[in-house]
Write a protein that binds this ligand. Sequence first.
Ligand code: GLA
Length: 438
Amino acid sequence: MMSCLALLLLLLLSSLAFCFVAAMNHGVWTNGKPLIGVNTWCDDDICGLFDRCPASLIMEMADGLVNTGMRDVGASLIELDDCWSDTSRDANGNLQPDPTLFPNGLKPVIDYVHSKGLKFGLYLCIGTKTCRKGRPGSFGHYDKDAKWLESLGVDLIKVDNCNRPGGYTEQQLYCNFSHYLNQSSYPIYFSACEWGVGNIEEWGPQCVDSWRVQMDHLCFYWLPTKAAGKGFGQGTWQIIKYIETLPPGKWGSRNFIGDPDFLMTLFKPTMTFIQSRTEFSFWSLWSSPLVMATRDYNISQEKAAIVLNKAVIAIDQDDLVIPGWKAYNNSDNSGQIWIKPLAAHGGNSAAVLFWNRLVFSTTNVSFTINWRDTLGFNVDTDDTDATLLVFDLWSSDPNHGVEVSANQTYSVSDVVPEDVKLLKVICPNGPCLKGWWN
Ligand code: GLA
């Protein structure tokens, strides 16, 4: 009897300890919400092509987040992607940066990032080698690497899935690394870049803070791959098409953020203003990380208009942290409407996105909807005077709401190809979309 009690106590204590340890990873400085920031991968090194990410670039990026005002609208992360490391570990078996890029090591760079009130993220790989040029991976060194990251003050790791040795599942390796990361004296965010394979939807919430739902977002709006969804990498349009296949509203959540990969906002010369705005709108509608892989310093006016739009960022950062879903498809597939329930305004609001999905086209798309029948809005048909308050988030005055009848049709005309119209709607009688807010 005594031994049974002792066993029970032990089990209870160990599960409490597990809860405590597991909770360390989660929330962190993001409060469980999507990250905002910049990543080096498609900056000066053009997605790894030139293999260049020196210390000075990281510092310029940190300055950029401050000087552009991005930090003021919620950006907090400088993420150093693949290409930072030397080709081998040091004599003690620790990872070490490429001495030509980081002659004084990583610490001064990380300290500089911290001095700007920002967080520092570092790329690692779960396998034996990283994806680009086979730099050292973390396999067999998770414990050691976790301690090394802690000694440097790293705040986040992006962990890639290249060169994973046979005989192990993603779950085993990512959760094992997570276990060691949880032993650090401060919380380190675990951003899993394992491309949405190995049923991460099921085990991921216990081990990581965000998960890459598909392969790379390459720096194009339209770039089809052989396999839909999880190909070698694809354009914005193809990612939207893939996200359409995921369980509506369920593939991301607070503390387990769904990450369609970084934004290519105005990556020159491949992303236009409209394409970038569409990309930013969808990522926000999905409550996905707004981590931009294009340079933030010397930010252009047109780029600033996208990345500093507080009203759109508020959709991304909404407390419900629910990825919006497709609610309507034009019969000729030229346009779609996506919706997302919001916690804002006491839960009585939603975001609605109208998208012209035509490419290589000059045809505008118009929409006429009925709030209840087309979008499933909670509208009382008997209340003929009921109004909704509609905010056009990409207009020159996104905080100006316009009253529209809840029971009459609503039209959006002439959305140009590849563009969106993004609205926030406040509903008069409770949640706009029932069942998502209580
Ligand atoms: C993979 C990842 C990318 C990037 C590169 C670096 O392709 O999915 O996001 O980190 O590796 O090699």
